[in-house]
Design a protein around this ligand. Structure first.
Ligand code: PLP
Length: 362
């Protein structure tokens, strides 16, 4: 039985030796520097134990740790933004939380409660608000994760789990303007199959994509554009982004068929596009349809969506020896409008009409 703890009192052990001075906010590498505190909660004997916030630092693990061998682990990736000296905005925390529980259910990991999650985030932001970058377009990346912590070499579900939340200041994704990415399909590899784990955020999905991603890079492309595993013709997604096509005045986005991660940014894109009067179609779309739309001049824009870049323009797609160019080497008007709207809402300069922001007074 999962114990959805509603006790929101978190035991806080403050960090006496802040490492804030080690952070060069003008030169941040993604995921390299971490804030002073981390959230920790352990699951044992069928229940989540007392939550705590401790100084960030190394943790001791056994070489027999279940996760190291069998990969029973889930994670989230989300962001908080500096609004003003008293306010930090967290973007869609409830949606990220729900997706983590969705991932946990698939991976046989006990669910957690929203009260604990949001209280942990609020406490972390209060303690480490100086780590939230003030510079334009930068943010605090938040990484909640849960991993199996049985000390036992047995290929079965763990009985113990560890739940952590760590945070990391990250710089502007587009320091020198928007650089469109190039994508290639691959016949050799697939990312996920329906019934597998592609629709959840679990460690192994990413490990399996590293070799194909490396090969794509060696061939001169930024990332792989994944096609469906069965017929190899329907477009699924990119490494850490969902993909969108503006064909004529219709926004076409691959439907979530069970092997695609349901991105939170994807949801924001679909909501805004509808609100702005575009026709929005969540459906299966083949790579051939995209190439045809390019040939007949109706393919106006292609872009990815994800927490890291928000909106990422795609400038070229390669598929089986053929290439199409999209746009004119910069971001398209529609993608730029989405980027401006979503980031405006995140930083609090545009009204949050959809209740996507959870503001924390620090
Ligand atoms: C495989 C995959 N697809 C899509 C996304 C985009 O999701 P989100 O917008 O929630 O960041 C991510 C990033 O989390 C991802 O890892």
């Amino acid at each position: 039985m999962n114990d959805l703890m509603t006790q929101t009192k978190i035991n806080i052990i403050p960090n006496e030796n802040s490492r804030l001075h080690e952070v060069d906010f003008n030169n941040l590498m993604f995921g390299k520097k971490f804030s002073d505190h981390m959230f920790v909660m352990e699951f044992e004997n069928g229940t989540w134990k007392e939550p705590a916030i401790k100084p960030f630092g190394p943790i001791q693990i056994t070489p027999a740790l279940n996760t190291l061998h069998y990969g029973q682990a889930v994670f989230e990736g989300m962001k908080a933004f500096y609004k003003d000296d008293e306010t930090i905005n967290i973007y869609r925390p409830k949606d990220h939380f729900e997706r983590m529980n969705f991932s946990s259910r698939r991976m046989g990991i006990p669910e957690t409660s929203y009260e604990i999650f949001i209280t942990a985030l609020e406490e972390l932001l209060k303690l480490d608000n100086k780590f939230v970058p003030r510079l334009e377009q930068s943010a605090l990346y938040i990484r909640p994760f849960i991993f199996a912590s049985d000390d036992l070499l047995a290929a079965r579900s763990s009985s113990k789990f560890s739940y952590y939340i760590i945070t990391s200041p990250v710089g502007a994704y587009y320091d020198e303007g928007f650089n469109p990415v190039s994508l290639t399909t691959t016949k050799e590899y697939v990312r996920a199959v329906v019934g597998g784990t592609g629709e959840v955020k679990t460690a192994g999905n990413y490990a399996a994509s590293f070799l194909p991603a490396k090969k794509a890079k060696e061939d001169g492309y930024t990332q792989v554009l994944w096609l469906d595993a069965k017929e190899h013709k329907y477009i699924e997604e990119v490494g850490t982004m969902n993909i969108h096509f503006l064909i004529g005045d219709t926004l076409v986005t691959p439907k979530l068929t069970g092997s695609i991660l349901g991105g939170i940014t994807r949801r924001s894109v679909l909501t805004l596009a509808e609100e702005w009067g575009y026709k929005v179609e969540e459906r299966r779309i083949t790579i051939d349809e995209v190439f045809e739309a390019s040939d007949n001049g109706t393919l106006k824009e292609v872009f990815g969506s994800g927490t890291a870049a928000v909106i990422s323009p795609v400038g070229l797609i390669h598929h089986e020896g053929k290439k199409i160019n999209i746009g004119i080497g910069s971001i398209g008007d529609f993608a730029k409008r989405l980027y401006d709207e979503i980031t405006g809402i995140q930083y609090g300069t545009i009204e949050d009409r959809h209740n996507w922001i959870h503001s924390v007074k620090v």
